[in-house]
Write a protein that binds this ligand. Structure first.
Ligand SMILES: CNC(=O)COc1cccc(Nc2cc(Cl)ccn2)c1
Length: 342
């Protein structure tokens, strides 16, 4: 009897201390399993004197029912507690901010160049922009001589161009590639040439020693100034907007005759006048003209048979106008705080 009593308090204590369901299972097996402590007692009943058997049997059965009962209770408590813990652990706070997917951004120069390329591709121009079509470190001949810029011309001064030596210079425009194109291909020629150019200007908000130009060249029979105005008008309306007007002001370049500087109506104020266009309503975006006959001849194109026009624009300047960037140096620093704004 004492044994059963002490077993009852012992099993109660063990169950109270159980933390996991399998602890309870171990306890159940310890007492109720095939070799369980209580199972042994129940088996030993047969050895008791007959008058004690019913009393002891009843106590033993009560103990078995008791153990089953508190085991079940304990199981419920533990599963409930573990379920609570799991819910707490796996709880999702839906008010947390989402993961921001950072996406790559195209540099403003790249997207501006792509837009310009598309416009001229749409007009049947080819893009000539691989290194073998013309190097950035160029012969003095292609950068000056072949463009009708004589030896003593001011733009050949050291303060305007980076000289490697007497005959080699960092190209100051992409025209050399057009000269090389004329040497290699018979007309008709319709190309635009984007590329990096170098000038030893002082560095400030609108000048950088490295910058980008896009030049265009058309050579064929009967090419006229009207073709030039038509092509540049389409470019201006496609790039700056359908109501954009163009103005051709007489100008001078050694490599074109006649030469012109081309303004477009300000795409910000539509021509009324604002900060961007300096209250003039017009913005100068490129220089152009009919290719000088001497330039054609030097490049192996007969000026008696063919004529052509050419133009050049500063890509950095156009991108800065379009996106309201006020310091050219921002285009070269690749600061993500700048680039990710586009
Ligand atoms: C930023 N560029 C400007 O202000 C002006 O650039 C210009 C103007 C006129 C013509 C050209 N290019 C050119 C090329 C050949 Cl092969 C022959 C004749 N001309 C570039």
């Amino acid at each position: 009897r004492e044994k059963l009593e002490s077993m009852k308090s012992q099993v109660t204590e063990e169950i109270a201390k159980a933390v996991h369901l399998d602890d309870l299972e171990k306890i159940r097996i310890k007492y109720m399993g095939k070799k369980g402590l209580l199972t042994e007692v129940l088996k030993g009943m047969g050895k008791l004197p007959p008058e004690e058997r019913p009393v002891m049997g009843q106590i033993a059965n009560q103990l078995r029912d008791y153990i089953e009962e508190i085991l079940t209770k304990a199981r419920e408590d533990i599963s409930k507690r573990e379920k609570e813990a799991r819910l707490q652990r796996e709880k999702i706070d839906v008010t947390m901010p989402g993961k921001i997917r950072t996406i790559g951004k195209r540099h403003p120069l790249t997207s501006t160049l792509d837009q310009i390329k598309d416009i001229f591709l749409g007009m049947g121009f080819d893009i000539v922009d691989s290194p073998e079509d013309g190097p950035e470190v160029e012969l003095d001949y292609y950068n000056f001589e072949a463009l009708n810029i004589p030896k003593n011309h001011p733009s050949r001064d050291i303060q305007d161009s980076f000289y490697i030596n007497e005959d080699i210079v960092l190209r100051s425009q992409t025209s050399p590639v057009q000269i090389r194109t004329m040497e290699k291909h018979k007309p008709p020629i319709r190309v635009i040439v984007p590329g990096r150019v170098y000038r030893s200007d002082e560095v400030d908000a609108t000048h950088s020693p490295i910058f980008h130009q896009i030049e265009g060249l058309v050579v064929d029979k009967h090419v006229t100034m009207g073709d030039l105005k038509g092509v540049l008008g389409v470019f201006a309306r496609e790039f700056f907007g359908p109501n954009t007007k163009t103005k051709f002001r007489p100008s001078y370049f050694p490599f074109t005759e006649p030469s012109a500087e081309v303004d477009v109506t300000c795409f910000v104020c539509g021509g009324k006048g604002c900060r961007v266009c300096g209250n003039t309503g017009w913005i100068e975006i490129l220089g152009a003209g009919m290719v000088h006959p001497k330039v054609l001849a030097m490049a192996g194109v007969d000026p008696e048979v063919y004529s052509g026009f050419a133009f050049g624009m500063g890509l950095d300047r156009i991108a800065m106008l379009k996106y309201g960037i006020d310091d050219m140096r921002l285009l070269f620093e690749n600061d993500m705080r700048f680039i990710e704004q586009f």
